[in-house]
Ligand binder design. Structure first.
Ligand code: ZN
Length: 233
């Protein structure tokens, strides 16, 4: 069975793809700056199997960030429209999901345990690991409750206690209860949640982290000088 493999340099250079960006919001046009494109064929008298893998260094045309795209397809996996098409398996590095950007450098304001679980949850979410992401979101809530010394024998009671001690508003607590049950299902029934549910839940948890930890620290450092002046007045 003759086998041929070709390594083509810049065969797909200049291509443009609409992809989620690491920094920009939503999908943006990414241009292939340079590529190594592998083309393989395997055949005998009545059989032909071919595959291709494009390894591309890509650049977002909005923020100019450079990343990597690997697109693989083969002659066994194809779909039908009027022209027929190959299914393309696409992987992006660093991995990313449209709409999830994380809180970036502001994680430095988080207590170390909260920061660690937040980063791992974000990683699970960006790497299409929805069961782990659901468990991570619940673990984040548990850790915030512990860090704030919330009282109660279960997470439900602890979240409610955060209202009594003035950390949460009751409107925010109602939303967190939804995330709590979401994490429950992931942990106990090993049932993944949809990307939309998880990214919405992450959004809410990030707002919570900003309100509890990040904004107070930023306000403290920004208004430090002014409060010194106040003493003089
Ligand atoms: Zn961008």
């Amino acid at each position: 069975m003759p086998l041929t493999i070709d390594y083509l340099i810049n065969e797909t250079q200049g291509e443009e793809h609409s992809l989620p960006c690491i920094k920009c919001t939503g999908k943006t046009t990414h241009k292939v700056l340079t590529s190594v494109d592998v083309r393989g064929n395997e055949s005998d008298d009545d059989y032909l199997f071919s595959w291709s893998t494009d390894n591309q260094i890509i650049q977002c045309l909005g923020c100019k960030t450079i990343s990597f795209r690997k697109a693989s397809s083969n002659s066994e996996d194809y779909g039908y429209d009027e022209n027929g098409y190959y299914d393309v398996d696409q992987k992006l590095y660093p991995s990313r999901i449209d709409g999830i950007k994380g809180i970036g450098n502001e994680t430095r304001y988080l207590p170390s345990k909260v920061r660690q679980i937040y980063k791992e949850t974000l990683m699970a979410l960006s790497n299409q690991a929805p069961v782990l992401a659901g468990i991570g979101l619940r673990a984040l809530l548990e850790t915030v409750c512990k860090e704030k010394n919330a009282k109660g024998h279960n997470l439900l009671k602890k979240i409610d206690n955060l209202i009594s001690i003035g950390v949460l508003t009751s409107a925010n607590a109602a939303i967190l209860h939804k995330i709590r049950t979401l994490g429950n299902v992931a942990a106990h029934k090993v049932k993944p949640h949809s990307d939309t549910q998880l990214s919405l839940a992450m959004d809410i948890v990030e707002h919570l982290l900003k309100n509890i930890y990040i904004l107070p620290k930023q306000v403290e450092s920004e208004f430090e000088v002014e409060s010194e002046f106040e003493d003089d007045v």
